[in-house]
Design a protein around this ligand. Sequence first.
Ligand SMILES: Nc1ncnc2c1ncn2[C@@H]1O[C@H](COP(=O)(O)OP(=O)(O)OP(=O)(O)O)[C@@H](O)[C@H]1O
Length: 273
Amino acid sequence: MSTAPIVVVEELTKRFDTVVALDHVSFAVAPGSTTALLGGNGAGKTTTLSILLGLLLPTSGRVTVLGIDMLRHRHAALARMNFSSPYVDLPRRLSVRENLTVYGRLYGVARLRDRIVALSDELHITDLLDRPLGQLSAGQRTRVALAKSLLNDPLLLLLDEPTASLDPDSGDWIRAYLEVYQQRSGATILLASHNMAEVERLCDHVLMLRDGRIVDTGAPAALIARYGRQTLEEVFIHIARRGATTGDASATTEDTADRDAADVQPPARTLAR
Ligand SMILES: Nc1ncnc2c1ncn2[C@@H]1O[C@H](COP(=O)(O)OP(=O)(O)OP(=O)(O)O)[C@@H](O)[C@H]1O
């Protein structure tokens, strides 16, 4: 199997008028990995995923997906990738089956009926196939959106907050499904998430974004160790409030205690009522 990165992003910058959403972002995603794009609200995660999908054009920089230059030949890559996002609605008046059929045809899926039957069975949506999408609960819609994103057996799956607004049981079900799916298919997954326990469970690599820049990267366990924390959530909060360290693994107990004291201070704007 090739070890060439599935995604290569170089010096990616995106400006919306006065807002710099991405500021010279560079990263690579290894084949078969599950990589997390983390960052606070407005850090640039959705903008990155949208550019990877060709939904947004960057202001500058280069994006290569599956060896294809996305700015010149994105259609060649789109057939082998897919995405799911709670923020991109499927047509609500169409039934689940109609939705999956429309998208399956768009992707040119062979033996589409069989594929829909198999995916519906796996994702427990067989009973929902003839119901209009707009009548489904958030958890049910998430499973349908995931089915849609797997119709073309994507080599690269982009997921924007795959368990947002799901109850703990439904969220756990989706995470378990993704784990099994990734192991079975060998697909590469890049996901944006605010759920750090989810990222620790699913992801072997993390890209930390802050204000449109990558401020740290590494395996979840390596980041937790480097910041002297117990969980990725604690690392996230530290970076959000204090910024990234420069990989100093020799932080003393006093350093850690100082950081802990600083981390529990609410942001100034919370105090200024
Ligand atoms: N269409 C747009 N027009 C103007 N500004 C935009 C647009 N889309 C995003 N932005 C700005 O770009 C920045 C990054 O937004 P983005 O949606 O990528 O963040 P995010 O990391 O996905 O945040 P969240 O976790 O809140 O979903 C934000 O400052 C946002 O206001």
